[in-house]
Structure formats: C-alpha cells, structure tokens
Write a protein that binds this ligand. Structure first.
Ligand code: ZN
Length: 180
C-alpha cells in the first residue's frame, strides 16, 4: 500500500489539469477510492455548472454516492489536491468518508492566489481530523505535494521564482512528495 495514496492523488491531479484546460474553473481535482479502485473522479465545476457549491470534493462525493447506491460512503477514501474548505469538510464528515488525503494546505493556496488578509483562513495549524458526533475522518496533508503545487501555477501569472513566498512554511518546491 506504500505508494497507493500517491497514485490515487495522481489521478486527482490529472482531473484538475484536464478540467482546468476545458474550462476556466480553478485547477482543483479529487478522486474517491473504494475497495482498492477509483469509483469517482472529477474537478471543480463551479464555473462550468454555474454552481458555487460544485467544488471538486462535492462533485466526486455525489458521483460516489450514485455508484455505491447509498449516501453513506463509509470505507471510501477521498483524495483532493487542496485542503478542503469548510463546506467540503462538512460534506466529507456527513458522507461518513473513511479518510482524506489532501495536497496543498489552504494557507499556501491563499498565499499564491493573493487572497486579501481579511478573507484568509486563520493562520493556525490545520486540523488533521474532521469530526461530527460519533464520526471521525482522518486527514493526511501534503500528499503528492509537488504535483499539487504545480497545479497552482496554472492559476497565477506570477513567475515561478515568485511562487515561493512561504518562508515560514519552508521550500515546498523542493520537497519530494510523500505519503503513506
Ligand atoms: Zn470546498
């Protein structure tokens, strides 16, 4: 299982890339794994569908529900290229997903997209666990980080040299992707 998360995330990255090429949606991709296979994959479709809730996570959760024939996605694992926003985090818990692997943290995304300070996520350490009532979803950040960071280059005109302003986070561009 050592490289499986990396490979599943590669599918999410490819979805983000394809989707971004076909539309002007942000390059965020996701995939859901169940029983060692991908049952749903897709990208952010907010612009294409004129639907502000069509984040990549929501797109694949809906598709996975149709595939497995139930609303409960227990034993399914979600891979997404960016850390889920609060809307998606809640959907993930509600769907009873087993685990979430994500690539780039929201703090980094906001930095790259030059989100104004007043709209940024609180600069505290990301929660590694999402929970509601008796259900807990484990989270693993930084999965296939290099590939996920590459996606951010698709949505900024800032030159590569300027894309490493994360002095407090470290030199992400040189990190080898890894996740267990
Ligand atoms: Zn979201």
């Amino acid at each position: 299982m050592g490289f499986a998360p990396f490979q599943y995330m590669a599918t999410a990255i490819e979805e983000a890339r394809l989707n971004h090429k076909a539309s002007s949606d942000h390059p965020v991709g996701a995939a859901i794994e169940y029983k060692d296979g991908i049952i749903a994959k897709g990208g952010n479709r907010c612009h294409q569908d004129q639907d502000p809730t069509a984040h990549a996570e929501i797109v694949v959760i809906r598709e996975a529900g149709r595939i497995v024939g139930r609303k409960n996605l227990r034993y399914c694992t979600l891979y997404v290229t960016c850390e889920p926003c609060p809307m998606c985090a809640w959907a993930i818990v509600t769907a009873r997903l087993w685990h979430v692997y994500y690539g780039v943290s929201r703090i980094v995304v906001e930095e790259v997209l030059c989100v104004p300070d007043e709209f940024r996520t609180q600069k505290t350490e990301s929660k590694k666990i999402l929970y509601s009532g008796d259900h807990v979803v484990g989270c693993t950040p930084d999965c296939h980080l290099a590939g996920c960071l590459e996606l951010l280059r698709l949505c900024t005109r800032r030159p590569l040299g300027d894309l490493n302003p994360f002095k407090n986070i470290g030199n992400y561009w040189n990190l080898e992707s890894e996740c267990e």
